[in-house]
Design a protein around this ligand. Structure first.
Ligand code: GTB
Length: 217
């Protein structure tokens, strides 16, 4: 199934992640690849993001956005949900299983992502502050609390609730933000979970597409 209008998403013209697939267009690209929906990408500069034309699409002047005909969306979680609702493959058909998968989408974005983002913002923006050395362990402890809880729940399963879903897609992208921090390595099942997500062909197509923006290929 494909949409009558090819959707267009926005992504960084020059991503600060240097092609590591950590910006939030990655999760939208991955979702589109999972369901086999072709898409176009419009690259935006940091300054263009703050101009009125882009703010009409995204009130907070950020990427990603999603346009499909006369529908314009922002918020990567809402966009992934929209894609999952309109295509088969990212949410189960059975009502209760579907509700649980949606619950994992919210858990990824509302419960697991915030401490991970707080930590990475502190590393990027607060290195020189006199209190940084004291604050960082506090932030890392909060990340460990969530990772430990998530690790216990995942146990030896491949995915969070049965088959791969949009909940796993978001959770894997959230956990990838810890790349290079050394924090995930304490949880071998979470490392294997992320690797399982990254091994999916749709993930790889999405990753290659965003990397090509960085390398200019
Ligand atoms: N809640 C929104 C969503 O999920 O869509 C958050 C969107 C958001 O934070 N967008 C960021 C942005 O546009 C890009 S992804 N920032 C520009 C601005 O606010 O002016 C965040 C991001 C950026 C860089 C890295 N990195 O370098 O590793 C990782 C993640």
């Amino acid at each position: 199934m494909s949409l009558p209008t090819t959707p267009t998403i926005t992504a960084f013209e020059r991503s600060p992640d240097r092609g590591r697939g950590l910006a939030r267009d990655m999760r939208v690209r991955w979702a589109l690849e999972e369901v086999g929906q072709a898409y176009k990408v419009r690259l935006v500069s940091f300054s263009a993001m703050k101009e009125a034309a882009h703010r009409a699409l995204h009130p907070f002047g950020q990427i990603p956005t999603y346009e499909e005909g006369d529908l314009a969306l922002f918020e990567s979680g809402a966009v992934v949900f929209h894609i999952a609702e309109r295509h088969k493959g990212l949410l189960p058909d059975e009502a209760n299983a579907r509700a649980r998968a949606i619950t994992w989408m919210f858990a990824a974005l509302n419960t697991v992502e915030p401490p991970i983002v707080d930590r990475s913002m502190a590393v990027v923006l607060e290195q020189g502050k006199p209190w940084h050395a004291e604050r960082l362990p506090v932030l890392e402890d909060r990340v460990h609390v969530r990772l430990s809880e998530l690790s216990s729940r995942l146990g030896r399963a491949d995915w969070l609730d049965g088959a791969f879903s949009a909940g796993d897609l978001l959770m894997v992208t959230v956990l990838r933000r810890l790349n290079g921090s050394g924090l995930l390595e304490k949880y071998p099942n979470l490392c294997a979970y992320v690797a399982r997500g990254e091994a999916r062909p749709a993930y790889q197509r999405a990753f290659d597409a965003q990397l090509a923006v960085f390398t200019g290929s």
